[in-house]
Design a binder for this molecule. Structure first.
Ligand SMILES: O=c1ccn([C@@H]2O[C@H](COP(=O)(O)O)[C@@H](O)[C@H]2O)c(=O)[nH]1
Ligand SMILES: [Zn+2]
Ligand SMILES: [Zn+2]
Length: 623
């Protein structure tokens, strides 16, 4: 059974090495757990409890250089396994929900061709009860195909998507997954009708179709569905949307008004995503929406008491619904399960998935060091003119290194490079620059294109794009040029940059805070770490880990890097260079300035996408 006598010592040696490595890993995990131990707020358990993720964007390895988000997908699987057991032991239900966007943001998902080849088999190890699609599953056909062939197929009836179709054969479109799911929970016997929706997304590839909610509610199937599952047959409606839950995003409001016509008294729980924030909205006294952040930083928790009868008073909402935002780390996970030893916490499946992640990272060479970064560069912790701003780094140092792909490309003597700030997805940290860093900071493989226009128009484009706000994007075919987290700003009281406290000061920011300041993360339990301080419709006690808020700065839609001659005339031909992703925006801005251009006038400039430029900058030791 163990081979011949010669190979036996080798087998024993190998087994010993594997055991030693596994023990070291376990001890390291335990040590980490002891080191990071802030005091936490408890979860509230109800008749039915939901664990929610959204916008994971491939971050299944965890945040390797941020302790507060350092759990990996294997740990998350162990966590939910225990939560389900706890719920069932109490006679309660626990369901898992994911709201889409599983690509674009991390080397694990993006360093393969097709994108997701290694990360999706890891993602699908989690036992989701309801999941839906995000826009990042629809930009490229190969991602939609993977979603259809791997994710929707694996989850079968649990994959619920009511407004996206996939071309199964030429000209034949079928719903991706199922338009709805009707089921009864195992413990409390709660009858749930679940639907799933993507926001009105128009940048999808030609082999897919997205129907806006406003159109779906006019279709006969949804009225027929609601007429079949009459209120007496449904205890809870679950709407899983890749749509922000905030009140200023109209689509869920439209849907809610429609559903209430059929179900005036039924409890409705919305799950949302896309804008990458922690958020919770109360729609009426029987209906709320939860959104659980981004990038495996947050596990959303939502509990519902199904047996509480309806009340017209608003305060009763919190008797029915409860929500928490759990930081994605082992300390939080173990605390909420009540398990104090990592060895007891980690499940066999969890360990297997953690190993699968390590293996995939090694195979992809994600930790191969390309160069070193001398400082942290932030997206919004500092203003865009600050030396530590990633956008200043781009416009001063990185974008000027962009060259045309070949010598035949005709160039003007003056140029302006414009980049949409949404193409930067994360801060750039001091320390080793790895292949993973490249994907984390800017995952998109867009081409640079060129449009030559008189200088007087070229110099105005950035201004126009930055002054239009979100309405601008709507006009330009719903491009969402603006990083979504900037769209629904909140006013919060927060710590001001010099460290003094000014409670009356209102600081402009999104509903989240930049927290990604490695050197500022403190590991003493008495001092709060910098992180999310969420203000939502239930107040400010939702974060399981109380954090110190930090000030964030407003990021414009686009930034530019210029090479202009101050003395040249207004009519000097000037090359506008930008990602093909924003062609419609640039054409629109020029139109606003009085210059008419067409897509056919835009020509290819370079395939050296931003991640590649950053990689080369690091490789050449320029940081
Ligand atoms: O090729 C691309 C695709 C997308 N973007 C940016 O991403 C956001 C959408 O990201 P979500 O995770 O869905 O919020 C989009 O608004 C663009 O800013 C890009 O730059 N290039
Ligand atoms: Zn997203
Ligand atoms: Zn999205």
């Amino acid at each position: 059974m163990f081979g011949n006598s010669r190979s036996r010592p080798i087998t024993i040696l190998l087994a010993l090495i594997v055991t030693v490595i596994a023990t070291i890993l376990l001890l390291r995990r335990s040590a980490y757990h002891r080191e990071y131990a802030p005091s936490l707020r408890n979860l509230e358990w109800r008749d039915i409890n939901f664990v929610h993720t959204t916008d994971t964007h491939g971050w299944y390895s965890g945040h390797l250089n941020q302790k507060q988000y350092q759990a990996d997908w294997g740990d998350f699987i162990s966590f939910t396994t225990h939560l389900r057991e706890i719920a069932h032991a109490k006679g309660q239900d626990l369901l898992l929900v994911d709201s889409g966007d599983r690509h674009d943001g991390n080397g694990l998902s993006d360093a393969t061709k097709p994108n997701g080849a290694k990360s999706l088999p890891i993602f699908i190890q989690q036992d989701y009860d309801i999941l839906t699609i995000g826009n990042h599953e629809l930009y490229e056909f190969e991602n939609s195909k993977a979603e259809y062939d791997i994710v929707a197929k694996h989850y079968n009836t649990n994959y619920v998507c009511s407004n996206v179709e996939y071309e199964v054969s030429e000209g034949v479109f079928k719903p991706i997954g199922n338009k709805y799911k009707y089921f009864t929970t195992p413990m409390k016997g709660i009858r749930i009708l679940a639907l799933g929706f993507l926001f009105d997304f128009r940048r999808n590839n030609d082999h897919t179709r997205v129907k806006p909610i406003s159109q779906v509610i006019e279709e006969s199937w949804i009225g027929d569905l609601f007429s079949e599952f009459t209120p007496d047959k449904v205890d809870l409606i679950v709407i899983n949307g890749h749509i922000p839950v905030s009140h200023d995003w109209e689509e869920l409001q439209t849907l809610h008004t429609f559903i209430r016509k059929f179900y005036p008294d039924t409890k409705i729980q919305y799950f949302g995503g896309h804008s990458h924030i922690r958020d919770f909205a109360v729609y009426d006294n029987k209906s709320t929406g939860l959104q659980s952040g981004r990038f495996c930083e947050t596990v959303g928790w939502l509990g519902i008491n199904t047996n509480i009868s309806q009340s017209s008073s608003n305060s009763a909402v919190s008797n029915i619904f409860t929500r928490s935002y759990i930081d994605f780390n082992l300390h939080s996970f173990m605390y909420h399960t009540g398990i104090t030893s990592y060895e007891k916490f980690t499940t066999q499946k969890g360990q297997h998935v953690s190993q699968q992640i390590k293996k995939a990272r090694n195979e992809l060479g994600l930790e191969t060091i390309v160069g070193h970064v001398n400082s942290n560069y932030y997206m919004d912790y500092v203003s865009i003119t600050h030396p530590k701003s990633v956008f200043k780094l781009l416009s001063d140092k990185i974008l000027p290194t962009l060259k045309p792909t070949n010598d035949f490309i005709e160039l003007s003597s003056e140029r302006i490079i414009i980049i949409n700030t949404g193409s930067i997805r994360y801060d750039l940290y001091k320390g080793p620059f790895t292949l993973d860093t490249e994907y984390i900071v800017s995952p998109f493989r867009n081409n640079w294109v060129k449009l030559t226009v008189p200088k007087k128009y070229a110099v105005g484009v950035t201004n126009v794009l930055n002054s239009g706000g979100y309405i601008l994007n709507k006009k330009v075919d719903n491009l969402h040029l603006l990083p979504p987290q900037q769209r629904s700003p909140r006013y919060i009281t927060s710590k001001i940059p010099d460290g003094s406290r000014n409670p009356s000061q209102k600081v402009f920011q999104s509903s989240e805070f930049s927290y990604s300041i490695n050197e500022d993360i403190v590991f003493e339990s008495k001092q709060l770490t910098k992180g999310y301080v969420t203000h939502d419709d239930f107040g400010d006690d939702g974060d399981d880990t109380p954090h110190r808020a930090v000030v964030t700065h407003k990021v414009p839609n686009v930034i530019e890097s210029t090479c202009l001659d101050q003395d040249s005339s207004d009519d000097t031909p000037t090359d506008l260079i930008f990602y093909d992703f924003i062609i419609p925006n640039i054409i629109w801005a020029l139109h606003e300035l009085g210059f008419e251009a067409e897509k056919s006038q835009v020509s290819f400039f370079s395939s050296d996408y931003l991640g590649k430029l950053l990689n080369e900058y690091a490789r050449n030791d320029k940081f």
